[in-house]
Design a protein around this ligand. Structure first.
Ligand code: COI
Length: 338
Protein backbone atom coordinates (compact mmCIF):
# COMPACT_ATOMS: atom_id res chain seq x y z
CA UNK A 1 0.00 0.00 0.00
CA UNK A 2 1.49 3.29 -1.02
CA UNK A 3 1.82 5.78 1.82
CA UNK A 4 0.99 8.51 -0.67
CA UNK A 5 -2.46 7.46 -1.71
CA UNK A 6 -5.48 6.59 0.38
CA UNK A 7 -6.11 2.86 0.51
CA UNK A 8 -9.72 2.77 -0.28
CA UNK A 9 -12.02 4.66 -2.53
CA UNK A 10 -15.50 4.05 -1.23
CA UNK A 11 -17.54 2.43 -3.97
CA UNK A 12 -21.19 3.24 -4.27
CA UNK A 13 -22.51 -0.17 -3.26
CA UNK A 14 -24.49 1.34 -0.42
CA UNK A 15 -26.41 4.49 -1.20
CA UNK A 16 -27.41 7.06 1.35
CA UNK A 17 -30.99 8.20 1.21
CA UNK A 18 -29.97 11.46 -0.38
CA UNK A 19 -26.74 12.66 -1.92
CA UNK A 20 -27.39 16.28 -0.94
CA UNK A 21 -25.31 17.74 1.82
CA UNK A 22 -26.76 17.96 5.32
CA UNK A 23 -27.96 21.41 6.29
CA UNK A 24 -25.29 22.49 8.78
CA UNK A 25 -22.72 25.28 8.95
CA UNK A 26 -19.85 23.61 7.06
CA UNK A 27 -17.60 26.63 7.59
CA UNK A 28 -17.52 26.28 11.36
CA UNK A 29 -16.95 22.62 12.08
CA UNK A 30 -14.91 21.95 15.19
CA UNK A 31 -14.47 18.61 16.88
CA UNK A 32 -17.86 18.42 18.54
CA UNK A 33 -20.25 15.52 18.18
CA UNK A 34 -22.90 15.98 15.47
CA UNK A 35 -25.49 13.17 15.32
CA UNK A 36 -25.80 11.62 11.85
CA UNK A 37 -28.23 9.20 10.14
CA UNK A 38 -26.96 5.63 10.53
CA UNK A 39 -24.71 3.49 12.69
CA UNK A 40 -23.40 0.00 12.09
CA UNK A 41 -23.80 -2.80 14.64
CA UNK A 42 -22.46 -6.34 14.70
CA UNK A 43 -22.51 -8.72 17.69
CA UNK A 44 -20.89 -11.98 18.64
CA UNK A 45 -20.62 -14.30 21.63
CA UNK A 46 -17.44 -14.88 23.68
CA UNK A 47 -15.33 -17.48 21.90
CA UNK A 48 -17.25 -16.89 18.66
CA UNK A 49 -16.54 -14.72 15.67
CA UNK A 50 -18.34 -11.79 14.13
CA UNK A 51 -20.45 -12.81 11.16
CA UNK A 52 -23.16 -10.40 10.07
CA UNK A 53 -23.69 -6.78 10.95
CA UNK A 54 -26.29 -4.25 9.91
CA UNK A 55 -26.90 -0.56 9.51
CA UNK A 56 -29.44 0.92 11.90
CA UNK A 57 -30.82 4.39 12.34
CA UNK A 58 -28.41 6.28 14.57
CA UNK A 59 -29.60 6.36 18.18
CA UNK A 60 -29.04 5.21 21.72
CA UNK A 61 -28.12 1.60 22.34
CA UNK A 62 -29.38 -0.64 25.13
CA UNK A 63 -26.85 -2.17 27.53
CA UNK A 64 -27.23 -4.19 30.68
CA UNK A 65 -26.05 -2.18 33.72
CA UNK A 66 -23.82 -5.21 34.22
CA UNK A 67 -22.18 -4.97 30.78
CA UNK A 68 -18.43 -5.70 30.85
CA UNK A 69 -17.61 -2.37 29.24
CA UNK A 70 -19.50 -0.38 31.88
CA UNK A 71 -18.17 -2.28 34.87
CA UNK A 72 -14.64 -3.28 33.93
CA UNK A 73 -13.78 -1.05 30.97
CA UNK A 74 -13.54 -3.88 28.45
CA UNK A 75 -13.65 -1.63 25.43
CA UNK A 76 -11.56 -0.31 22.56
CA UNK A 77 -12.14 2.40 20.03
CA UNK A 78 -10.68 3.47 16.72
CA UNK A 79 -10.66 6.74 14.82
CA UNK A 80 -10.31 7.26 11.09
CA UNK A 81 -11.51 9.75 8.52
CA UNK A 82 -13.30 9.95 5.17
CA UNK A 83 -12.72 12.91 2.87
CA UNK A 84 -14.82 14.17 -0.02
CA UNK A 85 -12.77 14.95 -3.12
CA UNK A 86 -13.54 17.64 -5.65
CA UNK A 87 -14.56 14.96 -8.17
CA UNK A 88 -17.19 13.67 -5.72
CA UNK A 89 -15.34 10.51 -4.68
CA UNK A 90 -15.08 9.81 -0.99
CA UNK A 91 -11.72 8.57 0.24
CA UNK A 92 -10.86 6.63 3.38
CA UNK A 93 -7.41 7.09 4.87
CA UNK A 94 -5.74 3.69 5.45
CA UNK A 95 -8.72 1.87 7.03
CA UNK A 96 -6.87 -1.47 7.00
CA UNK A 97 -4.39 -0.02 9.48
CA UNK A 98 -7.19 0.74 11.93
CA UNK A 99 -8.59 -2.76 11.45
CA UNK A 100 -5.22 -4.30 12.26
CA UNK A 101 -4.72 -2.09 15.29
CA UNK A 102 -8.17 -3.07 16.56
CA UNK A 103 -7.27 -6.76 16.13
CA UNK A 104 -4.13 -6.30 18.22
CA UNK A 105 -5.94 -4.32 20.90
CA UNK A 106 -8.75 -6.88 21.03
CA UNK A 107 -6.25 -9.64 21.76
CA UNK A 108 -4.86 -7.58 24.67
CA UNK A 109 -8.36 -6.94 26.01
CA UNK A 110 -9.60 -10.55 25.61
CA UNK A 111 -12.17 -9.64 23.00
CA UNK A 112 -13.04 -11.13 19.60
CA UNK A 113 -12.46 -8.71 16.74
CA UNK A 114 -13.93 -8.28 13.26
CA UNK A 115 -11.61 -9.34 10.44
CA UNK A 116 -9.84 -6.65 8.44
CA UNK A 117 -12.28 -7.23 5.54
CA UNK A 118 -15.32 -7.04 7.84
CA UNK A 119 -14.00 -3.86 9.42
CA UNK A 120 -13.35 -2.13 6.10
CA UNK A 121 -16.71 -3.20 4.63
CA UNK A 122 -18.52 -1.96 7.72
CA UNK A 123 -16.70 1.38 7.55
CA UNK A 124 -17.60 1.79 3.87
CA UNK A 125 -21.24 0.91 4.51
CA UNK A 126 -21.46 3.40 7.38
CA UNK A 127 -19.80 6.20 5.44
CA UNK A 128 -22.01 5.72 2.40
CA UNK A 129 -25.17 5.56 4.49
CA UNK A 130 -24.11 8.90 5.99
CA UNK A 131 -22.76 10.38 2.77
CA UNK A 132 -24.56 13.69 3.21
CA UNK A 133 -22.50 14.30 6.36
CA UNK A 134 -19.12 14.08 4.59
CA UNK A 135 -18.00 17.73 4.48
CA UNK A 136 -17.44 19.47 1.14
CA UNK A 137 -13.80 19.39 -0.05
CA UNK A 138 -11.57 21.56 2.11
CA UNK A 139 -14.16 22.02 4.88
CA UNK A 140 -13.22 19.06 7.05
CA UNK A 141 -13.79 15.33 7.10
CA UNK A 142 -16.14 12.65 8.35
CA UNK A 143 -14.68 11.25 11.55
CA UNK A 144 -15.41 7.54 11.85
CA UNK A 145 -15.53 6.07 15.33
CA UNK A 146 -15.55 2.25 15.54
CA UNK A 147 -16.12 0.83 19.03
CA UNK A 148 -15.55 -2.71 20.24
CA UNK A 149 -16.96 -3.53 23.64
CA UNK A 150 -17.88 -6.24 26.06
CA UNK A 151 -21.64 -5.74 25.92
CA UNK A 152 -22.66 -8.92 27.75
CA UNK A 153 -23.47 -8.92 31.47
CA UNK A 154 -20.83 -9.94 34.03
CA UNK A 155 -20.57 -9.55 37.77
CA UNK A 156 -17.34 -11.27 38.73
CA UNK A 157 -14.28 -9.99 36.88
CA UNK A 158 -14.14 -11.91 33.58
CA UNK A 159 -14.36 -11.33 29.85
CA UNK A 160 -17.96 -10.50 28.90
CA UNK A 161 -20.13 -13.23 27.34
CA UNK A 162 -21.13 -11.02 24.37
CA UNK A 163 -19.35 -8.38 22.25
CA UNK A 164 -20.63 -5.49 20.15
CA UNK A 165 -18.78 -3.83 17.29
CA UNK A 166 -20.35 -0.49 16.47
CA UNK A 167 -19.46 2.34 14.11
CA UNK A 168 -20.82 5.87 14.21
CA UNK A 169 -19.67 8.95 12.35
CA UNK A 170 -19.62 12.70 12.80
CA UNK A 171 -18.46 15.55 10.55
CA UNK A 172 -15.43 17.34 11.99
CA UNK A 173 -13.10 20.25 11.36
CA UNK A 174 -10.07 21.15 13.45
CA UNK A 175 -9.52 19.23 16.68
CA UNK A 176 -7.89 22.02 18.66
CA UNK A 177 -9.78 25.28 19.03
CA UNK A 178 -6.58 26.99 17.92
CA UNK A 179 -7.24 25.64 14.40
CA UNK A 180 -3.96 25.74 12.52
CA UNK A 181 -2.42 28.09 15.06
CA UNK A 182 0.29 26.27 17.05
CA UNK A 183 -0.85 24.62 20.27
CA UNK A 184 0.60 25.17 23.74
CA UNK A 185 1.44 22.05 25.73
CA UNK A 186 2.30 21.54 29.38
CA UNK A 187 4.29 18.59 30.69
CA UNK A 188 2.56 16.58 33.39
CA UNK A 189 4.69 15.38 36.32
CA UNK A 190 2.33 13.74 38.79
CA UNK A 191 -0.15 11.80 36.68
CA UNK A 192 0.73 9.19 34.08
CA UNK A 193 -1.30 7.75 31.23
CA UNK A 194 0.54 4.45 30.83
CA UNK A 195 2.87 2.03 32.56
CA UNK A 196 5.16 -0.69 31.15
CA UNK A 197 3.08 -3.84 30.75
CA UNK A 198 -0.16 -1.87 30.87
CA UNK A 199 -2.49 -0.95 28.03
CA UNK A 200 -0.92 2.33 26.88
CA UNK A 201 -0.05 0.80 23.52
CA UNK A 202 -3.62 -0.16 22.62
CA UNK A 203 -6.60 2.09 22.09
CA UNK A 204 -8.53 1.07 25.16
CA UNK A 205 -11.16 3.50 26.41
CA UNK A 206 -9.55 3.60 29.86
CA UNK A 207 -6.39 5.22 28.50
CA UNK A 208 -8.43 8.25 27.57
CA UNK A 209 -10.39 8.43 30.83
CA UNK A 210 -7.03 8.40 32.63
CA UNK A 211 -5.91 11.66 31.05
CA UNK A 212 -9.03 13.71 31.75
CA UNK A 213 -7.89 15.03 35.13
CA UNK A 214 -4.55 16.38 33.94
CA UNK A 215 -6.08 17.62 30.70
CA UNK A 216 -8.86 19.52 32.51
CA UNK A 217 -6.34 21.15 34.84
CA UNK A 218 -4.13 22.12 31.89
CA UNK A 219 -7.04 23.58 29.93
CA UNK A 220 -8.14 25.58 32.95
CA UNK A 221 -4.68 27.19 32.88
CA UNK A 222 -4.99 27.99 29.16
CA UNK A 223 -2.92 25.14 27.71
CA UNK A 224 -4.16 23.19 24.71
CA UNK A 225 -3.21 19.75 26.03
CA UNK A 226 -0.83 17.73 28.21
CA UNK A 227 2.42 16.03 27.22
CA UNK A 228 3.24 12.91 29.25
CA UNK A 229 6.63 11.61 30.33
CA UNK A 230 7.49 7.96 30.95
CA UNK A 231 6.45 6.90 34.43
CA UNK A 232 9.69 5.07 35.31
CA UNK A 233 12.43 7.66 34.67
CA UNK A 234 10.07 10.65 34.37
CA UNK A 235 12.45 11.85 31.72
CA UNK A 236 11.45 10.58 28.28
CA UNK A 237 8.64 11.92 26.11
CA UNK A 238 5.66 9.62 25.62
CA UNK A 239 2.63 11.21 23.96
CA UNK A 240 0.07 13.96 24.27
CA UNK A 241 -3.40 12.96 25.60
CA UNK A 242 -4.83 12.83 22.11
CA UNK A 243 -1.85 12.48 19.74
CA UNK A 244 1.80 11.47 19.14
CA UNK A 245 4.71 13.90 19.24
CA UNK A 246 7.69 14.63 16.95
CA UNK A 247 10.77 16.77 17.63
CA UNK A 248 12.89 18.28 14.84
CA UNK A 249 16.53 19.30 15.32
CA UNK A 250 18.86 20.15 12.41
CA UNK A 251 16.44 18.45 9.99
CA UNK A 252 16.58 15.16 11.93
CA UNK A 253 13.10 14.09 13.02
CA UNK A 254 12.78 12.15 16.29
CA UNK A 255 9.75 10.58 17.88
CA UNK A 256 9.31 8.31 20.93
CA UNK A 257 9.69 4.65 19.96
CA UNK A 258 6.67 2.37 20.27
CA UNK A 259 7.48 0.24 23.32
CA UNK A 260 4.09 -0.61 24.75
CA UNK A 261 3.28 2.66 26.49
CA UNK A 262 2.67 4.77 23.38
CA UNK A 263 -0.21 4.44 20.94
CA UNK A 264 1.03 3.31 17.50
CA UNK A 265 -0.61 6.15 15.60
CA UNK A 266 -1.50 5.64 11.96
CA UNK A 267 -0.78 9.28 11.17
CA UNK A 268 2.48 8.86 13.11
CA UNK A 269 3.45 5.93 10.90
CA UNK A 270 2.35 7.77 7.76
CA UNK A 271 4.38 10.85 8.67
CA UNK A 272 7.46 8.68 9.29
CA UNK A 273 6.99 7.08 5.83
CA UNK A 274 6.49 10.47 4.21
CA UNK A 275 9.49 11.98 5.99
CA UNK A 276 11.82 9.14 4.97
CA UNK A 277 10.56 9.33 1.38
CA UNK A 278 11.38 13.04 1.42
CA UNK A 279 14.96 12.26 2.44
CA UNK A 280 14.70 13.10 6.14
CA UNK A 281 16.45 11.03 8.78
CA UNK A 282 13.80 9.77 11.21
CA UNK A 283 14.74 8.32 14.58
CA UNK A 284 12.29 6.28 16.66
CA UNK A 285 13.98 6.20 20.06
CA UNK A 286 13.89 7.47 23.62
CA UNK A 287 13.54 11.24 23.34
CA UNK A 288 14.62 13.03 26.53
CA UNK A 289 12.58 15.96 27.75
CA UNK A 290 15.73 18.14 27.70
CA UNK A 291 15.86 17.79 23.92
CA UNK A 292 12.82 20.06 23.77
CA UNK A 293 15.05 22.94 24.87
CA UNK A 294 17.20 22.62 21.75
CA UNK A 295 14.51 21.65 19.21
CA UNK A 296 13.89 23.69 16.07
CA UNK A 297 10.31 22.47 15.68
CA UNK A 298 7.86 20.28 17.57
CA UNK A 299 4.63 18.92 16.12
CA UNK A 300 1.90 16.43 16.96
CA UNK A 301 0.20 13.86 14.76
CA UNK A 302 -3.04 11.94 15.07
CA UNK A 303 -6.19 11.13 13.18
CA UNK A 304 -8.12 13.88 14.92
CA UNK A 305 -5.31 16.47 15.03
CA UNK A 306 -3.76 15.41 11.67
CA UNK A 307 -0.49 17.43 11.93
CA UNK A 308 -0.53 20.15 14.57
CA UNK A 309 2.40 22.50 15.10
CA UNK A 310 3.41 23.08 18.72
CA UNK A 311 4.02 26.74 19.63
CA UNK A 312 5.26 26.22 23.17
CA UNK A 313 5.90 23.60 25.81
CA UNK A 314 5.94 24.43 29.52
CA UNK A 315 8.07 22.20 31.72
CA UNK A 316 8.37 22.82 35.47
CA UNK A 317 7.29 26.43 34.97
CA UNK A 318 9.75 27.08 32.15
CA UNK A 319 8.21 27.83 28.75
CA UNK A 320 10.06 27.04 25.50
CA UNK A 321 8.61 28.52 22.31
CA UNK A 322 8.87 27.33 18.72
CA UNK A 323 8.26 28.93 15.35
CA UNK A 324 6.57 32.14 14.49
CA UNK A 325 2.91 31.40 14.78
CA UNK A 326 2.52 28.70 12.13
CA UNK A 327 3.95 25.47 10.85
CA UNK A 328 7.73 25.10 10.89
CA UNK A 329 9.38 24.37 7.53
CA UNK A 330 9.71 20.61 8.15
CA UNK A 331 6.23 20.01 9.54
CA UNK A 332 4.74 22.12 6.74
CA UNK A 333 6.50 20.02 4.13
CA UNK A 334 5.41 16.74 5.72
CA UNK A 335 1.83 17.92 6.16
CA UNK A 336 1.61 19.07 2.54
CA UNK A 337 2.89 15.72 1.24
CA UNK A 338 0.66 13.76 3.62
C1 COI B 1 -8.00 10.17 17.14
O1 COI B 1 -7.14 10.98 16.84
O2 COI B 1 -8.72 9.63 16.29
C2 COI B 1 -8.22 9.78 18.52
O3 COI B 1 -8.73 8.72 18.73
C3 COI B 1 -7.90 10.69 19.62
C4 COI B 1 -9.15 11.14 20.32
C5 COI B 1 -8.79 11.76 21.64
C6 COI B 1 -9.96 12.08 19.50
Amino acid sequence: VSPFSPDAIVSDTYRSETTELADIDWDNLGFAYVPTDYMYIMKCARGGSFSKGELQRFGNIELSPSAGVLNYGQGLFEGLKAYRKKDGNILLFRPQENALRLNIGAERMCMPSPTVAQFVEAVKATVLANKRWVPPPGKGSLYIRPLLMGSGAVLGLAPAPEYTFLIYVSPVGNYFKEGVTPINLVIEHELHRATPGGTGGVKTIGNYAAVLKAQSAAKAKGYSDVLYLDCVHKKYLEEVSSCNIFVVKDNVISTPAIQGTILPGITRKSIIDVARSQGFQVEERLVAVDELLEADEVFCTGTAVVVSPVGSITHKGRRVSYGEGGFGAVSQQLYTVL
